[in-house]
Ligand binder design. Sequence first.
Ligand SMILES: Cc1cc2nc3c(=O)[nH]c(=O)nc-3n(C[C@H](O)[C@H](O)[C@H](O)COP(=O)(O)O)c2cc1C
Length: 210
Amino acid sequence: MGKLLYIQASPRIQRSHSIAVADAFVGSYGQEHADDEIVTLNLFEASLPNFDGLAVQAKYTILHGQAHSQEELQVWKNVEQVIEQFTSADKYVLAVPMWNFGIPYRLKQYIDILIQPGHTFSYSPDKGYEGLVVGKPLLAVYARGGEYPAGSEAEAFDLQTRYVELAFGFMGFKDIRSVIVEPTLQGGPELAKRRVAEAIDRAREMAINF
Ligand SMILES: Cc1cc2nc3c(=O)[nH]c(=O)nc-3n(C[C@H](O)[C@H](O)[C@H](O)COP(=O)(O)O)c2cc1C
């Protein structure tokens, strides 16, 4: 029995295009893998610790090879709980809207919590940086209001897919698959509906071999 962590980075739940497609994927996956546990985490509903001054200080304490103060230990416990939920999964699905060419701030906050030395990456002078979350697949479903096709001028504005691939790649992910739903706004509701339906078909197919 495996565990699939389904991370939703849109607050729009019922209206979200990325969640509609990711839901279809997870639904098909669940039918194919009836024994697996599926845990859904909506980042706008979950209570995530702030990655503020004290948390940053606790991170630097580790980087400097020192022991945490009582105050740092407290905040670090909350950070480690989020990481533990993440690293205990075997497979990942991520529903991500494009916000201002990048990702929603709650996903950035989540990534800032996850990327910690000794948990999701290591560093040594010989080997440099190494990701520690290895051998696990991730499907990212990206939604965006406009279109950013490969080879177009607009492609350069797409920091959404690039950042997700870079951040999760840094944590060790090599098997990152993707489905893109676009345009969800620019071409009007009819085109959006068609693109969502196409993406759902693709997502359901991809669930079979995930
Ligand atoms: C705060 C905000 C910023 C956005 N910025 C962009 C953007 O830079 N480029 C774009 O194509 N669409 C942008 N959009 C539109 C969303 O990408 C689009 O509505 C997408 O479908 C959202 O994903 P969701 O339906 O899963 O919530 C933005 C939407 C919001 C709410």
